[in-house]
Design a binder for this molecule. Structure first.
Ligand SMILES: [Zn+2]
Length: 76
């Protein structure tokens, strides 16, 4: 669902996009978009600083103001 938004800072046009997660690359070199997770991050015991991935996540849609660069995200 694409929203028609105006920037909260300058009322400029907001274009739809997403945040690319370059830190998450699988063995085939495929990149993923960031996802929203409910609750606090659960630390993985296997790699320092990593977190466990829950079964339920939500796609994040991020809008960018074409005038000032302000970002606004939604997870439906
Ligand atoms: Zn703006």
């Amino acid at each position: 669902m694409e929203l028609k938004l105006n920037c909260l800072r300058c009322q400029g046009y907001m274009e739809e996009g997403f945040l690319l997660d370059r830190s998450h690359i699988n063995a085939q070199g495929i990149h993923y978009a960031g996802e929203w997770v409910q609750g606090p991050a659960r630390k993985s015991p296997w790699f320092k600083g990593s977190v466990t991935v829950p079964a339920v996540t939500r796609e994040i849609v991020t809008y960018r103001c074409t005038a000032c660069g302000y970002l606004e995200s939604y997870a439906e």
